[in-house]
Design a protein around this ligand. Structure first.
Ligand SMILES: O=C(O)C(=O)CO
Length: 264
């Protein structure tokens, strides 16, 4: 049985503010949620009401499993000047601590100015070794997310799971791993079993959506019982973020994947 964490940017939006989405997720029987950064999908320029969010998490006993190291622009490391990224990293860690969140999601950005791919991957290793040193002692794990470039993130550097694994091996820290997003991987045409076997214990968080379309499981082509069985046999037993754009009402959209996850 996997712990599922609805993404409150995309699910339970019917409830209103982020803190009410936490309450709605808890009322629907979830004990975990995930979110993007201190700003969110609703109003990218406006900070979330973090005290209200914290109160809702505590009142309902809900675990925040992951947050993006935002603002969202910082999920994308700029090509040249990385100082803003490192500054935001400290802010993100502070927020994660306040909200009791153990993981922060980080990305590659669009790469580093036309160098050979291998050089750019090694640059990512260097940046994240520095990031891990900077947040040493915080207890927060950074999870690096390869994202698909075919549909959602054209121009991003890191689109292959195996390259995320390469970077994680290079960073070589128990507080650094890969976020394996089943949707992004499927859109990239990857074979889940091959990727998970290669990644082993470096997968430190998982998200899902069906493909194509990025809706809830059951709206696309993926075989969910088989997919979660492969995930289970890879050894991953952590939470799974439900990061999809629901096509049905939120509480209906979760039904099928909950059934599958309960048996996985
Ligand atoms: O922005 C995206 O597509 C993500 O998957 C973030 O987690």
């Amino acid at each position: 049985m996997y712990q599922l964490a609805p993404n409150i940017e995309l699910l339970f939006t019917e409830a209103g503010d982020y803190h009410d989405r936490v309450r709605a997720a808890a009322a629907a029987g979830f004990d975990a949620v995930e979110m993007w950064g201190p700003t969110g999908a609703d109003a990218p320029a406006t900070p979330k009401d973090l005290p209200a969010l914290k109160a809702a998490l505590e009142e309902t006993g809900t675990q925040l499993t992951a947050q993006l190291a935002e603002p969202r622009t910082q999920f994308m490391i700029p090509p040249w000047d990385h100082s803003e990224f490192f500054r935001k990293l400290d802010e993100g860690v502070q927020i994660a601590h306040d909200l009791g969140c153990p993981r922060m999601v980080v990305g590659s950005g669009t790469g580093f100015g036309g160098w050979k791919r291998q050089v750019q991957l090694d640059k990512l290793v260097e940046i994240y070794q520095k990031a891990i040193a900077q947040i040493d002692g915080s207890g927060i794990t950074l999870v690096l997310e390869p994202v698909n470039v075919r549909v959602d993130h054209p121009g991003s550097l890191l689109d292959r799971t195996a390259e995320g694994v390469y970077v994680a091996r290079g960073v070589d820290s128990p507080y650094f791993g890969v976020l394996y997003d089943i949707y992004h991987s499927a859109v990239e045409g990857e074979d889940i079993e091959t990727e998970l076997t290669n990644a082993g214990s470096l997968i430190k968080y998982v998200q899902l959506a069906d493909a194509p379309g990025r809706g809830e499981p059951g709206t696309g082509d993926l075989d969910w019982p088989a997919t979660l069985a492969v995930l289970r046999s890879s050894g991953y037993d952590g939470p799974i973020g439900l990061e999809y754009y629901p096509q049905a009402a939120s509480d209906e959209s979760v039904r099928y994947i909950r059934d599958v996850a309960a048996q996985a």
